[in-house]
Design a protein around this ligand. Structure first.
Ligand code: HEM
Length: 227
């Protein structure tokens, strides 16, 4: 136990526990028959939500570092991004297999009929190269292009939120339907994207309320590429 705790930081442990918790709960609920009256839809929705939550958490790492001067989250972005991809893969498998029984023509028909699913497909396709090139070997191989490629995340995240909000079929103008949750994601994502604007980032950095690393250790900050 002591060795485990000295190998992994509390943040690492929290991320792994949080990431696996949804799958674990879904397995338990599926095994005990307590998922919901529509178990496939429940599986689809909860894996989709976990994917988007992890994606947005990965976007939170840079602002956290900027505000609190806490460098560890920068090292955890890849883990969060890969877990987001894992849930997106499970979400898509549930759609094509459990929901549509791998009936290709039916799947294509549904995708073409529902624009929010087209957005989901585009989001998923864009996520694939990011997941596969997230490893250090690809960072070295792609050089400057790695950063350019990974900036796609600023397109992917809004697309994922659009897919989410659109799937709810609510009316944004009359605030009717199940739109509160997607709206929260829109809000959180907008805040993180605003934090990326250089002028705002600079202002935040100078107003940092806390410094989680000692000034003398500043030179030891990890060299992490920020897309
Ligand atoms: C091939 C790609 C995808 C397909 C075919 C697909 C399909 C679907 C479908 C059919 C639903 C509606 C479920 C329902 O309410 O009955 C849905 C919802 C959702 N999807 Fe996707 N999706 C895809 C990609 C993604 C990706 C990449 C993400 C996130 C990164 C995502 C996140 C979500 C979320 C958050 C919801 C709403 C969950 C809720 O209702 O609470 N999807 N998706």
């Amino acid at each position: 136990m002591k060795k485990f705790l000295s190998t992994y930081t509390p943040l690492q442990i929290a991320i792994h526990l949080y990431a696996w918790s949804t799958i674990l709960r879904l397995i338990i609920e599926a095994a005990t028959g307590t998922l919901s009256v529509n178990p496939i839809q429940e599986l689809e929705q909860r894996t989709g939500r976990q994917a988007i939550t992890l994606l947005i958490l990965s976007l939170a790492c840079t602002p956290i570092n900027t505000i609190f001067k806490w460098t560890e989250p920068l090292k955890r972005r890849r883990t969060l991004g890969l877990y987001a991809f894992m849930y997106a893969v499970v979400h898509v498998i549930i759609f094509v297999d459990l929901d549509y029984g791998l009936a290709l023509s039916q799947i294509v028909k549904t995708i073409l009929q529902k624009p929010y699913i087209i957005v989901g497909v585009i989001t998923f396709l864009l996520l694939i190269p990011l997941a596969f090139t997230s490893f250090d070997i690809w960072k070295k191989r792609l050089g400057k292009n790695w950063k350019r490629l990974h900036q796609l995340i600023y397109l992917i995240a809004p697309l994922a939120v659009l897919h989410f909000a659109w799937s709810k079929k609510g009316d944004l103008f009359s605030l009717s339907g199940d739109i509160i949750r997607p709206l929260i994601y829109v809000l959180v994502l907008s805040i993180f994207l605003i934090f990326r604007i250089p002028a705002i980032r600079k202002a935040l950095a100078s107003f940092s309320p806390r410094r989680l690393i000692l000034p003398s250790r500043k030179s030891q900050q990890p060299k992490v590429d920020t897309p």
